[in-house]
Ligand binder design. Structure first.
Ligand SMILES: Cc1ncc(COP(=O)(O)O)c(C=O)c1O
Length: 385
């Protein structure tokens, strides 16, 4: 039954009943005072999650790609140049976006599963003249976490604006917007924040807002932050009808994030990643991502020799667990297991047991129970009732 399926893809992630309950509340007018207050609180809670007091948050109906577009189009003018540090499919997307808006672009691409060395970034920065640099915090195609702080060290005191894509990180991995000097942190609700998809989330620094304000116009209408600014400052105003239910659901998800506490939440994601990987390795599986750059929010796992991707995922789905296939050069060779958002020991154990049984059904030799026993050493504490 569709509602008994455990969605362990790298987003959307399982949505907690509290958040689903919020989503199901009656749709109210977008200027209804109680909704306006909920919208204000969601903006504030998002900013707090990003560890910022100075940033300007935006919540706009859309998704992660819209938030990428909002970041790029407002900060970089056609003809200006952006440096894209790419760790896979979603890093490359910044290149496509730049091309769509007549923005010049240099892309530093890592070998899939590895990270671009900070020295490579330094060489490019020293040789080029960039208006902005994009960094994908965790690339969902390769599982690679960027060495963000090492890159930021190189960018200290320089003029380039810094755009951080936190779509597969925000809410699961530490992001210190003010302290790190990020100019745009863009993200989406359906991954580590644990809310349903439906909105673009962005946080703009004062420097980023000043860059947009210095331009008379941008080649966008819906993505232009100046059109949204009055609504973000007073959500009782109208520009384009907000997705009322999704914003209420996001508000509930952010409330849960802060009830858990962001430090505890990041620590839980760390434990889950360790636990899942111990379980996978106990089955003899190999991770695709290099050991020094594995993000805590998902794992990319190589399929054993001779195991067909579709057959494996069909076995998984038959056991009620959905995982994602590989993208790009690892399509058909790997599967991606999301382990972020509001999940805990129960989901991890269920996913590992499904992997174990699926492999056994396909003739792979694994020791029954070994995965759960290995994972159990690192499982996070159960949530307080
Ligand atoms: C790192 C990253 N950036 C951007 C996106 C695009 O987000 P969306 O699919 O919500 O447009 C994704 C989607 O998975 C992503 O993983």
């Amino acid at each position: 039954m569709i509602d008994e399926i455990l969605t362990m893809i790298p987003g959307p992630t399982p949505v907690h009943p509290r958040i689903l309950g919020a989503l199901a509340r009656p749709t109210v007018s977008h200027v209804f005072p109680a909704f306006v207050e909920q919208f204000k609180k969601a903006l504030l809670d998002f900013k707090t999650l990003c560890q910022s007091t100075a940033g300007q948050p935006f919540i706009v109906a859309g998704g992660g790609t819209l938030s990428m577009e909002m970041g790029l189009v407002n900060l970089v003018a056609p003809g200006e140049k952006v440096l894209v540090i790419s760790h896979g499919y979603f890093g490359d997307r910044f290149g496509d976006l730049a091309a769509s808006f007549g923005i010049q672009c240099d892309i530093l691409k890592a070998e899939w599963g590895k990270a671009v060395a900070p020295e490579e970034v330094k060489k490019k920065l020293d040789a080029g003249s960039y208006a902005a640099v994009t960094i994908t915090h965790v690339d969902t195609s390769t599982g690679t976490v960027s060495p963000v702080e090492a890159y930021l060290e190189l960018l200290k005191g320089r003029s380039e604006l810094i755009i951080l894509d936190g779509v597969c990180a925000t809410g699961g991995v530490d992001e210190k917007f003010d302290a790190w000097g990020i100019d745009v942190l863009l993200t989406a609700p359906q991954k580590a924040i644990g809310a349903p998809p439906g909105v673009a989330l962005c946080l703009f620094s004062e420097k980023a807002m000043a860059k947009r304000q210095s331009r008379t116009s941008v080649p966008a209408y819906y993505s232009d932050v100046m059109r949204w600014l009055p609504i973000m400052q007073d959500p009782g105003k109208y520009y384009s009808t907000p997705c009322v239910n999704e914003i209420v659901a996001l508000g509930e998800a952010l409330k849960m994030v802060h009830e858990e506490g962001i430090a505890a939440r990041f620590a839980r994601h760390g434990k889950i990643a360790k636990s899942v990987r111990a379980g996978l390795e106990a089955m003899g599986l190999k991770l695709f991502t290099a050991p020094d750059c594995r993000g805590d929010t998902l794992s990319v796992i190589l399929l054993p020799e001779g195991i067909a991707d579709m057959a494996f995922r069909k076995e998984m789905a038959g056991r009620g667990v959905v995982v994602a296939g590989g993208l790009g050069p690892i399509a058909g060779k790997a599967f991606r297991l999301g382990h972020m958002g509001n999940i805990g020991a129960g989901e991890i154990v269920a996913a590992l047991v499904a992997v174990e049984q699926s492999l056994l059904a396909l003739g792979v030799k694994v020791t029954p129970g070994a995965a759960v026993a290995a994972a159990a050493q690192f499982l996070p504490e159960p949530a307080k009732p």
